[in-house]
Design a protein around this ligand. Structure first.
Ligand code: ADP
Ligand code: ZN
Ligand code: ZN
Length: 748
């Protein structure tokens, strides 16, 4: 018998070797039913045992002698399995974003890996409330911060999930053992107490939604009950009560017996946020984060599949939770860069969410104070429904914003990094015992080491990146971790005028201490948060007012509520403005809005000082006025003029090789192929490159890029498919690697 169609089939999809596929023939009468993702029954092994498998690829070419290829027995169509759906989603991702099917499958399917059955443990208060309160004051007096943190949490919640408490509160085992020995706390394992937060649910006090919130929740619920499944965008300023609205929506969808995925950027997934959801939804909720082991994640997915949970909160990867009857996907802070994967498939969570929702009859809700241009454009076009929240929920007034022109400061002979205005306001806050955040919106601008005599700049020997000076006398590469001692003499001209320039967070911290000697200063950046829990430790200390000033990079502006912060200073707003990335203005606007949103979150009114050399730039003016609409209009003009996303689409190709010449030749060949392709099709397209990437070398690997701009995403997918094929068989590309990125969000 002869066949025309073949299928690649995976037998055990939870196995580590997802790439282990077997080819089977598809009998004519099954061709219609046998699609990517189909569950099939096939004969396997010598005895032709009948087993289940999934189709992950289709072709018309046999890979081996056709006599050896067995036919598929049957396509199971009765009950569509969640796996079929996820495999199809993986296939769609591979097609839409590029990369290998195997990488897509690994992204989407949770892989079992020697799962250790971990007992569910909780930490409980073993003493009465009165004694707990006494101890609380004792620890406070003794400045025993770790104990204080745990006790404070236990006073609020007498039973805490063990892992949540240890990780989020950053409590060491020694601290815990100490408390246990003294009989203040006890650790209880699952059998005795399965659900650590059950009792909390009754304590939950629902807030009364305001008119704006009520309108959104009711409208969504109404449409949901009508059977409408759609994508919604909630545009609401920071603190306008988006999270409360999400909770209403979630409660409704769960009450219909369906499940919900809530994506939150990992950095905003704080203990407080998690607790807020636990309080309302109790045991039917779970969280996922990148610190979890593969085993733990697999566990979560098993629980989801078994229907033990209704809601998962997590970063990008939680999007693939295998719920059987998904009803809603919410993406908070949808404009965040972290929703775009940096490894193949380089997918965007918003797009995948919309696809998964389509496949499962679910709705999608996006939320942001500063929506991405992509999402806002869709709302304008009517593809998504736009909701707006215009007021802060807690009565707090939006902060007053000052824009300070740094050029004027220089004219006034003020050479410090603090303008007169900022200095004055910092002193005022220090006097009033209120708190201050100083924000540097880009790390690494800073601190490059150069020679003032000959101009030589110290660079990493492995990467095309200047080395950054650190306080410990070393200079470090932020890309590969290479470090060396800072030289005392210039390596080329031997002059001793070699030194660090620019302003990094470390430098700002130093200068703050010098300028305001009485102030207590904390610093938060990638260096100070390297250790597990470093984040929470610094934030906890700041929220306990152990410091007056918090200096940091963008990680300090994400979602933390500090009621005593009444002043936010942005040291140099321009740092994110001229990064050579077409999204630079958008990033700047988002960062400035977020930073401004940190000031005056509670009853105390807030002020914001934006220091800049470009006070006339629209992203700075509109951010100061909190005018998203005006920013959007300006920025879209630029994107349309330049044919940048979302006005058009960009396909980036990154060609890498160990030898520079090889990379260059391959890139040139690929560039020719691209031109030829469009010429043959008589299609217009803008092609930029090939050229060395803006970081031309990382870790001794040379990098070249080609950009194609086109108004149709579909046209770019077609050329991607064509080039993928060409790249795999042409010998021009031996020893090279090719990656695709659609509408890139990072610098190459
Ligand atoms: P967002 O998610 O938009 O930043 P949140 O939902 O976190 O806003 O709300 C900000 C603060 O206002 C929270 O402390 C929240 O409990 C409170 N809040 C939200 N809605 C209301 C409301 N209707 N009444 C009272 N407080 C509210
Ligand atoms: Zn020199
Ligand atoms: Zn390096």
């Amino acid at each position: 018998m002869s066949y025309q169609n073949y299928a690649d089939i995976i037998i055990d999809i939870s196995h580590e070797n997802l790439d282990k596929t077997y080819q089977y023939a598809i009998p004519k009468e099954l061709v219609q039913q046998a699609v990517i993702g189909s569950l099939v029954v096939v004969p396997f092994g010598k005895g032709n045992r009948q087993i289940n498998g999934y189709i992950v690829g289709l072709s018309t070419e046999p890979k081996i002698n056709t006599d050896l290829i067995k036919p598929i027995n049957r396509v199971v169509t009765e009950a569509p399995a969640i796996e079929s759906h996820l495999i199809y989603l993986a296939y769609w991702m591979k097609e839409t974003f590029g990369g290998a099917m195997n990488d897509s499958l690994k992204t989407v399917i949770p892989v079992r890996k020697a799962v250790k059955i971990k007992e569910q443990r909780s930490i409980q208060l073993a003493v009465g409330m009165e004694q707990a309160n006494q101890l609380y004051f004792e620890y406070q007096r003794k400045n025993n911060t770790a104990r204080l943190r745990l006790l404070e949490a236990l006073i609020k919640e007498p039973i805490l999930d063990y892992d949540v408490a240890i990780n989020k509160l950053n409590i060491s085992r020694a601290t815990l053992q100490g408390l246990e020995k003294q009989g203040i706390t006890k650790t209880v394992s699952e059998q005795i107490y399965r659900n650590p937060i059950k009792n909390q649910k009754e304590q939950y006090q629902q807030v009364l939604l305001n008119e704006e919130q009520k309108y959104i929740a009711n409208d969504f619920i109404h449409e949901y009950d009508e059977g409408n499944r759609a994508t919604y965008l909630i545009h609401g300023i920071t603190g306008s009560g988006k999270t409360e609205v999400y909770m209403e929506m979630i409660a409704h969808v769960v009450s219909k017996g369906k499940q919900v995925i809530l994506l939150i950027p990992e950095i905003a997934l704080t203990y407080q946020t998690v607790l807020r959801f636990y309080k309302r939804f109790g045991e039917r909720i779970t969280i996922m984060n990148s610190k979890m082991s593969q085993g733990e994640r697999f566990d979560q997915s098993v629980r989801a599949k078994n229907g033990e949970i209704d809601i998962i909160i997590g970063p990008r990867s939680a999007l693939f939770t295998p719920f059987q009857d998904l009803g809603l996907i919410i993406i908070d802070e949808e404009h965040e860069n972290s929703y775009k994967s940096e490894t193949a498939p380089k997918y965007h969570a918003v797009e995948v969410a919309i696809k998964r929702a389509q496949l499962t009859q679910s709705s999608v809700v996006l939320g942001s104070a500063t929506p991405s241009l992509e999402s806002y454009l869709k709302a304008k076009k009517g593809e998504t429904k736009l909701y707006t929240l215009t007021k802060r929920a807690k009565e707090a007034e939006p902060p007053s914003v000052w824009i300070v022109d740094l050029r004027e400061e220089l004219k006034k002979k003020n050479k410090s990094i603090f303008s007169e205005k900022l200095k004055e306001l910092i002193l005022d806050r220090l006097n009033k015992k209120e708190q201050i955040m100083l924000f540097l919106n880009r790390r690494g601008y800073a601190g490059f080491v150069s020679c003032r005599s000959c101009g030589y700049v110290m660079k990493c020997p492995h990467c095309d990146i200047s080395l950054t000076s650190h306080n410990n006398g070393k200079i470090v590469c932020h890309y590969c971790g290479y470090e060396e001692k800072q030289p005392t003499n210039c390596p080329t001209c031997e002059s001793k005028y070699i030194a660090a320039f620019g302003t990094g967070t470390q430098k700002v911290e130093e200068l703050v201490k010098k300028e305001f000697p009485g102030a207590r200063v904390l610093r938060m950046d990638t260096d100070t948060t390297k250790n597990k829990g470093g984040h929470e430790t610094i934030l906890a200390a700041f929220s306990e007012h152990k410091a007056d000033i918090l200096v940091g990079t963008q990680m300090i502006v994400k979602g933390h509520d500090f009621p005593k912060v009444t002043l936010v200073g942005i040291i140099a707003a321009d740092l994110s403005l001229y990064t050579g990335d077409f999204r630079a203005s958008e990033r700047t606007f988002q960062l400035l809005c977020q930073a401004a949103g940190r000031a005056g979150r509670d009853v105390l009114p807030g002020e914001v000082v934006i220091q800049t050399y470009h006070p006339e730039h629209y992203s700075i003016i509109t951010a100061a006025e909190g005018d998203y609409e005006a920013f959007y209009e300006q920025e879209m003009l630029y994107r349309r003029l330049m044919q940048y996303p979302p006005a058009a689409h960009i396909l980036l190709m990154l060609i890498t090789a160990k030898e520079e010449e090889r990379a260059e030749k391959a890139a040139n060949h690929l560039g020719e192929a691209v031109k030829q392709y469009f010429a043959d099709k008589q299609m217009e397209a803008q092609i930029i490159g090939p050229a060395p990437a803006s970081i031309a070398k990382i870790n001794d690997i040379y990098r070249r890029v080609i950009y194609i701009k086109h108004s149709e995403y579909g046209a770019l997918i077609e050329i991607k498919n064509y080039l993928e094929g060409y790249f795999s068989y042409s010998e021009h590309f031996t020893g090279c690697n090719l990656q695709f990125d659609f509408d890139p969000m990072s610098n190459y």
